[in-house]
Design a protein around this ligand. Structure first.
Ligand SMILES: C[S@@+](CC[C@H](N)C(=O)[O-])C[C@H]1O[C@@H](n2cnc3c(N)ncnc32)[C@H](O)[C@@H]1O
Length: 265
């Protein structure tokens, strides 16, 4: 079932702002109690709502997104900040930005909120971002783990029944694609869902990449109920139960969202 926020950019922006203000910023602030003047970049910033509370706190921000249309919306909501130079918006693929020229060792915080599961070759990008961090810099990640009930983003399906079927994205690729076609999903939706099947990331794979690329985890939080559901569906956020959170692989199937902060070793 395509939800209202999939079609209404202003609503999507407001949900990003509220979720960031209530959950993302306080999580990051545990590592950086003084936020004024902090240099922050968001990769996959969409409409820019995640950055808004950081701008309000006086952070210097850069937002990068692949889609020019979403960057144009961010400009329309946050034009006052771009006018003063407190915010810079870049419409580019993160792999095409010449960061090392402009941004080497620049950022205290890099944010990837619901973005890492859309970016290919995650080991490469996570390793590369080390060069963009300031000496005290850390990277925040928030994402839905691949094996969770709707980890395939099937909620974007037009068909209401299909959008609610848990774990359907874990079926073998041809069967999953066949089901999407049988339910007459748009070709563009099928392409998007197949892309997520390629790039979706589990808790275990994420932690392996973090270790292999020379980072350590400074904070980790697992949610049974993703905080964003509060703004999308009116359901309260709930952290994962400890006995489940400590069981590798099993926790992946029951954890709808994870937050991490990592820093280079
Ligand atoms: C699900 S949205 C998340 C938007 C926002 N961060 C939020 O939390 O609502 C993922 C965003 O990542 C962007 N994205 C995906 N791959 C990217 C890449 N390689 N470079 C830059 N942005 C990318 C997409 O265009 C999209 O706007």
């Amino acid at each position: 079932m395509s939800l209202q926020h999939h079609k209404d950019a202003k609503l999507r922006y407001q949900q990003q702002v509220d979720n960031s203000r209530d959950y993302v910023l306080p999580f990051i602030q545990q590592e950086f109690p003084t936020m004024e003047g902090l240099r922050v970049m968001e990769v996959g910033c969409g409409e820019g709502g995640v950055l808004t509370p950081f701008l309000e706190k006086g952070c210097q921000c850069v937002g990068v997104d692949l889609m020019p249309g979403r960057i144009a919306l961010a400009e329309s909501y946050l034009g006052d900040y771009t006018a003063t130079g407190q915010l810079k918006l870049i419409a580019k693929n993160i792999y095409d930005v010449d960061f090392l020229g402009e941004f080497q060792n620049s950022f205290d915080v890099i944010i990837l909120k619901d973005a890492i599961e859309h970016i290919p070759d995650q080991e490469k990008i996570i390793g590369h971002m080390k060069q963009l961090l300031s000496p005290r810099g850390q990277i925040y990640f928030g994402f839905p783990p691949w094996y969770m009930p709707h980890g395939g983003h099937q909620q974007i399906c037009e068909n209401k029944f299909l959008s609610m079927v848990p774990y359907v994205h874990l079926l073998p690729r041809p069967i999953y694609k066949g089901i999407l076609k049988a339910f007459k999903e748009d070709e563009s939706t099928i392409i998007d869902l197949m892309e997520v099947k390629d790039t979706g990331i589990s808790i275990e794979r994420f932690e392996r990449i973090v270790k292999n690329t020379g980072y350590k985890i400074t904070q980790r939080r697992f949610y049974l109920i993703n905080p964003i559901y509060k703004y999308k569906f009116g359901v309260s956020a709930k952290q994962q139960w400890k006995p489940i959170a400590v069981i590798p692989y099993f926790r992946d199937f029951l954890t709808t969202c994870v937050y991490y902060m990592i820093k280079p070793n």
